[in-house]
Design a protein around this ligand. Structure first.
Ligand code: GLN
Length: 483
């Protein structure tokens, strides 16, 4: 049962082959048995799951249908869940039970999805390895000595290990697409504003976007359908109609113009990954796509710009965690300043403290123009590159990551080495564009992802291309040994 995709589950439930309650029991037992190896969950919610499953079964018995009605999922532990710990992977929020549901959580619950638990993540979504979590590192099911990627590493490892079919995740600089690539999943970062950020604990507000992690494009379409849409509670949410993503999966790729940026294939890219990307290009050509070389000349400036803007916004967003209203509070503070200093010093881990310091520095009076303003100008250049490229092509294709998943601990002493691994993903966040990563093969037994980028609100195009690719390849069906 645990091998089923969301689409298969929906068919099975509609045909009464099993109930949501039965499926939920099976998956909860599987999580209890296998997750100790992976550490992909921070909290499990079996009682909530079983009551939601029973309610979904009752709705189906009353004649209701729906792709998510009775479908088991989990939420990255930065989506607020009413009455349930929402830790953001941090000691700071270890004791925090959210007083309300995030819009994404409420929408999926209303569609009948069943929440099995909250998944592990890098602390405050900062990282690419899921090693900065207060709850310990997550292991990659493809090789337990390797990282699953981050910051949505818990959602990725759990779905890849068939503990559940799909999970929510967020992507500020790659945290949906990079763990998808590292664990052989399909992950979609929507256009900025497509999915509500209300109740999604902020890392860098102008970059953060929630989206689906699943095994197939077909399942990403189902989960995104439940997540997307205008939300008056989020002032950056965009009032743009949500298309029927599943209905759009079968469009022909005949004549689709795919741009391949020449900058993507420079030094730093593992040549074995380059070969796999070229294979995926050939596959899409067979389906009728036309390949064109393009250029994104400002790509080289994107990492430094991102690692100014994201920490700057984080330093502002995380100022609310001061030991006063919620979150960790130090013992016996001597005065207010001592309360702030020790609560934050004890509650935040090293990477979060580093980002707050970098961000506060970049925003400080003497340095604002030199760093923050400059980074914002680069951000515009990056966006302009994409706008020019999308005048000529429909989709941009390249690797999701320059290397496959590294060994646990390998980059701990050198944070910048980890930042450099974000080179292919962060430009989409800087520009606000949608991006998808899908399985493209293996290097040394570790999965490799190919990334597709599209113009604003063209999530449907990404899912269509990925689905057609997956109908003609079987990388996404490979299962890690032992799971
Ligand atoms: N690796 C990037 C960072 O640490 C992206 C993280 C994310 O997308 N949440 O900022």
């Amino acid at each position: 049962m645990h091998h089923m995709t969301l689409a298969e589950i929906a068919r099975g439930l509609a045909d009464k082959k099993f109930s949501s309650e039965e499926l939920t029991q099976v998956l909860l037992a599987r999580i209890a048995q296998l997750d100790p190896q992976l550490n992909s969950f921070i909290s499990l919610t079996p009682e909530l799951a079983l009551s939601q499953a029973k309610a979904a079964d009752a709705r189906r018995a009353n004649g209701e249908n729906g792709a998510l009605l009775g479908a088991p999922i989990a939420h990255k532990d930065l989506f607020c869940t009413l009455g349930i710990r929402t830790s953001c992977g941090s000691k700071m929020l270890d004791n925090f039970k959210a007083p309300y549901d995030a819009t994404v959580v409420a929408k999926l619950a209303a569609a009948g999805a069943v929440t099995l638990g909250k998944t592990n993540m890098d602390e405050f979504a900062m990282g690419s390895a899921n090693e900065s979590s207060y709850y310990g590192a997550v292991k990659n099911p493809w090789n337990l000595e390797h990282v699953p990627g981050g910051s949505s590493g818990g959602s990725a490892a759990a779905v890849a290990a068939r503990l559940l079919p799909a999970a929510t995740a967020t992507d500020t600089g790659g945290s949906i697409r990079q763990p998808a690539a590292f664990t052989n999943l399909t992950g979609l970062k929507p256009t900025y504003g497509r999915v509500s950020r209300w109740g999604m604990i902020a890392y860098a507000s102008s970059l953060d976007q929630g989206g689906p992690l699943a095994r197939t494009a077909e399942d990403c379409a189902i989960l995104l359908q439940g997540m997307a849409g205008f939300d008056p509670n989020d002032s950056t949410s965009i009032d743009e109609p949500v298309p029927d993503y599943s209905a759009g999966l079968n469009g022909s790729l005949q004549g689709l113009r795919i741009g391949v940026p020449k900058e993507y294939f420079g030094a730093g890219l593992d040549p074995r990954i380059a070969d796999l990307i070229h294979n995926s290009i050939k596959e899409l050509e067979k389906l009728g796509a036309v390949i064109k070389e393009i250029s994104l000349p400002n790509m080289q400036h994107a990492i430094p710009a991102y690692y100014v803007i994201a920490p700057a916004e984080a330093s502002s967003n995380l100022s609310r965690f001061d030991g006063v209203r919620f979150g960790h509070r130090c013992e016996n503070p001597e005065n207010l300043i001592d309360l702030y200093k020790r609560s934050r010093g004890e509650g935040f881990g090293a990477e979060v403290q580093r980002r707050i310091m970098v961000g506060a520095y970049a925003l400080s009076a003497g340095y604002y123009d030199a760093y923050y303003l400059k980074a914002q100008k680069i951000r515009r250049l990056v966006k302009n590159d994409f706008m020019a490229a999308f005048n000529e092509v429909d989709i941009i294709l390249g690797p999701t990551t320059p290397n496959p998943a590294w060994k646990l601990g390998a980059k701990n002493s050198d944070p910048v080495a980890a930042y450099l691994e974000d080179v292919y993903t962060i430009t989409a966040n800087l520009a606000g564009l949608p991006g998808l990563s899908m399985p493209a093969g293996f290097v040394d037994g570790l999965p490799v992802g190919v990334q597709l980028l599209a113009p604003y609100f063209q999530e449907g195009r990404l899912l269509n291309v990925a689905h057609q690719y997956q109908l003609n390849t079987d990388w996404h069906t490979r299962t890690p040994t032992g799971f």
